[in-house]
Design a protein around this ligand. Structure first.
Ligand code: NAD
Length: 285
């Protein structure tokens, strides 16, 4: 497989661990159950929900969909979530985005109690990342960390560049890596507009890109021997590509994630692992 990082193989390993943990929980009479809260309907979410259901059922996790009408108010969504919070048979809650206009997404996310927050988006779970004790952290950020760990690289003193500063990817990835004593720079649109993106990218021993713009990072910018993790998902014609110009980047990097087949499958597996962690957390309550 040359210098490609095999996301599917990493995901399979996580799923094996999930299977073992699930058996232990079942032995204790605990059946992890994930409820997806979905307000209204949109085609992209429907595809995602079907995938979630398939993945959970394949792993042996009970999956239930709570589909609320499109005109549900913020207070009503929160009230539904509170019911799920209080239901002992439910161990994890996932909120499908986007929510209809007029609903404050962050407020609704904050209403999921931390121990059932399998997406790691409750402010308390975000806060635990700052303390260097991530219990339930955002799945994609954990997937990036898992991929970097799988390469065996020692992060101590390494120059890490994170392009993208979203709440669920860029910021938590930077925090997870700085705790391993990497020197982490976070770049974003401001870095690009200041004409400094190439300077940062070209110094990175480890480059993580989560922007959502096809070929934003030309391969020639990449430092010889760098590790590249491309989180971006972009549709170009009938193809899905990442944010990094793959063919040239592959020549220069020592290891690189393909898109598709890199971060995506690992993220899916991490969600299952988070479901197990939440079930254990709820058990100890
Ligand atoms: P977002 O859309 O919330 O934020 C985008 C970030 O990119 C911002 O920090 C913005 O400042 C930065 N940016 C925009 N244009 C830029 C430019 N020209 N130069 C430098 N930075 C620029 O990001 P997100 O939600 O983290 O998603 C990013 C990408 O990752 C998307 O393609 C998304 O589909 C993908 N994604 C993949 C997975 C997965 O599992 N593989 C999961 C989540 C997101």
């Amino acid at each position: 497989m040359g210098n490609l990082i095999d996301g599917k193989a990493i995901a399979e390993k996580i799923k094996e661990e999930v299977k073992k943990e699930l058996e232990i929980l079942k032995g204790e009479g605990i059946i992890p159950k994930l409820v997806a809260v979905y307000v209204g309907e949109n085609p992209a979410s429907s595809v995602y929900i079907n995938q979630q259901r398939k993945n959970c059922e394949k792993a042996g996790i009970v999956y239930e969909l709570k589909n609320l009408p499109a005109d549900t108010t913020e207070a009503q969504v929160i009230s539904e979530i509170e019911k799920l919070n209080n239901d002992k048979s439910i161990t994890g809650i996932i909120l499908q985005l986007p929510l209809p206009k007029g609903i404050d997404t962050r407020k609704v996310q904050a209403s999921i109690i931390p121990e059932k927050d399998v997406e790691g988006i409750n402010p308390a779970n975000m806060g635990w990342i700052i303390y260097g004790r991530p219990y339930l952290a955002p799945c994609t950020a954990l997937a990036v960390k898992e991929i970097i760990d799988s390469t065996g690289v020692d992060l101590y003193g390494k120059d890490v560049v994170m392009v993208g500063h979203s709440d669920i990817v860029g910021k938590p990835v930077a925090l997870l890596l700085v705790d391993k004593f990497a020197t982490v720079s976070i770049c974003h649109i401001g870095t690009s507009d200041a004409g400094m993106l190439e300077d940062y990218v070209s110094r990175a021993d480890i480059l993580v890109v989560a922007v959502g713009k096809a070929n934003l990072i030309p391969g020639r910018w990449i430092k010889e021997g760098a590790i590249v993790v491309d989180v971006g998902i972009n549709r170009v014609g009938d193809k899905i590509v990442g944010d990094v110009e793959f063919e040239t980047a592959k020549e220069r990097s020592s290891l690189i994630t393909p898109v598709p087949g890199g971060v995506g499958p690992v993220t899916t597996a991490i969600l299952l692992r988070n479901v197990i962690i939440s079930a254990k957390w709820a058990k100890n309550k």
